[in-house]
Ligand binder design. Structure first.
Ligand code: C2O
Ligand code: CU
Length: 483
């Protein structure tokens, strides 16, 4: 929405970056560069492991996942026993094509119960990993097979939904990419980057997920170590002038990521639910917890020089902007500059959902009890809440009101929505995009429209500052077949 507002003011040309012209010596550099022209080993510093596909059928992706502890060295004082999928942090990337069936044989080797939630995927409620609502939590030593068809192309992710603030904070998250072969290819050499943080003590042990008590919960606990694909300040190599496509996921349990790359801007082509109706130029993209951004960047600079991508504090409330700027990762320029190829037309056609006759759903984010702290939705904490009711086929306009001095990233399970303006009548924020998580700013109100397709069942919605969700800022929606 922030991006879209900027876009409304400044329409985007395609590549509008002027290039230091000259030497485009692909041939001459053969050997030291990939077929596309990126420096050899360009993404070695950040490349993620993928889960091996155990199924020979090209329309089925079948993987084994095990949640278990594994040691990492984040601080000199000692190892950190992080919580991982398959011993990796982030966990292994799952990659499928639209329409594929995905089967995940999951085993829980953690010391506590867990589930996997497939964030953003429009799959049946029974596969959505909501503890007690869609499945009993998977006990230590237990297992569960997830099995669903992936209907949409985008950058998604997966994470636990039991004791989620602790478990996600300890390292349980991973990317899930769905490709649509019918969408434009060749948008630049692609790298998937999971942005997160982890809270560790000087001796490497994990900080308590209840550190600082209610105050910690109210602020939303942030980690003290910034991670990009599990690495501290890794290096990505780039050929000056050659586009790269960065698919970013904010997997932190509370932290917002506002990015800055000196001398560069980004072309955002998509987000949570795939490509937008038009690209937008963004100087400093912001990802609230759980949001994704699909960015094209054209790295520029002297061969041999470095450009650092930095984390900037974002005003998510009380004191958040006093945090110091941090380095996230380094882009190391290598090779003779090349002329940037023209950008293909990248967009998805999205029809605005009609809002005439839509049911109005007011949602207030609330504090239900100051001490011990209980947060809620419409004045009721999750544990006491009755589900909202709706029917398959219904269209609803949700108006989410935040009277806090803190921002809240609001997430709806199972269905994409379109964010609306606060005009009367509201119109979709342009360019259009499908979203599953939207930031509700400090003292702000955000409207969105959602239409329920034919996946009845119990669904969740909540703040994606996971400390807030666990403290009660969460609710359920009972979706029924129409009578
Ligand atoms: Cu990533 Cu219930 O959410
Ligand atoms: Cu919140």
């Amino acid at each position: 929405m922030r991006d879209a507002r900027r876009a409304a003011a400044a329409a985007v040309g395609l590549w509008t970056i002027s290039l230091p012209l000259g030497l485009s010596g692909c041939g001459r550099d053969a050997g030291g560069f990939t077929p596309s022209g990126q420096p050899a080993g360009w993404d070695d510093g950040v490349r993620l492991s993928s889960a091996p596909d155990l199924n020979a059928d090209p329309s089925i992706v079948e993987v084994d996942l095990e949640a278990r502890l594994a040691d990492f060295n984040f601080v000199p004082g000692g190892p950190t026993a992080a919580w991982t999928y398959n011993g990796l942090l982030p966990g292994p990337m799952i990659r499928a094509q639209v329409g594929n069936r995905v089967i995940v044989h999951f085993k829980n080797s953690l010391p506590e119960a867990t589930t996997i939630h497939w964030h953003g995927l429009r799959i049946p409620a029974a596969m959505d990993g909501m503890p007690d609502l869609s499945q009993p939590p998977i006990a230590p030593g237990g297992s569960f097979d997830y099995d669903f068809v992936v209907p949409d192309a985008s950058t998604f992710w997966y994470h636990p939904h039991a004791d989620a603030a602790a478990q996600v904070g300890f390292g349980l998250y991973a990317p899930f990419i769905v490709d649509d072969p019918a969408e434009p290819q060749g948008l630049g050499d692609e790298v998937v980057m999971v942005l997160s943080d982890i809270a560790v003590n000087d001796d490497g042990t994990l900080q308590s997920p209840t550190a600082s008590g209610d105050l910690g919960t109210l602020f939303g606990r942030e980690g003290n170590i910034f991670l990009v694909n599990g690495q501290i300040r890794p290096t990505l190599k780039a050929r000056p002038g050659l586009p790269q496509r960065w698919r970013l996921i904010n997997a932190a349990k509370s932290r917002y990521f506002q990015l800055s790359m000196a001398g560069h801007s980004f072309v955002r082509i998509g987000g949570d639910g795939g490509l937008m109706t038009a690209p937008v130029t963004v100087a400093q993209p912001v990802l609230a917890p759980a949001e994704r951004a699909d960015l094209i960047v054209v790295p520029q600079g002297e061969p041999g020089s470095d450009v650092v991508v930095q984390w900037l504090p974002f005003d998510r409330g009380f004191g958040a902007t006093s945090e110091p700027i941090q380095d996230l990762f380094v882009v190391h320029l290598e090779g003779t500059p090349v002329a940037t190829p023209p950008m293909p037309d990248v967009h998805r056609d999205i029809a605005p959902l009609p809002i005439d006759g839509a049911t109005q759903v007011p949602i207030a984010l609330t504090v239900d009890n100051p001490a011990p702290l209980e947060l809620g939705i419409n004045g009721v904490a999750f544990k006491n809440a009755a589900p909202l009711m709706a029917n398959v086929g219904d269209t609803e306009v949700w108006t989410v009101t935040n009277t806090f001095e803190f921002a809240h990233p609001f997430h709806m399970h199972g269905f994409f929505f379109q964010v609306l303006t606060n005009d009367d009548p509201p119109v979709p924020v342009a360019p259009l995009e499908w979203k599953d998580t939207v930031n509700i700013p400090v003292n702000g109100t955000v409207k969105f429209v959602v239409r329920y397709d034919d996946r009845p069942g119990m669904w969740m919605f909540h703040c994606h500052i996971l400390d807030h969700a666990e403290a009660g800022m969460m609710g359920t929606l009972m979706l029924m077949e129409p009578p």
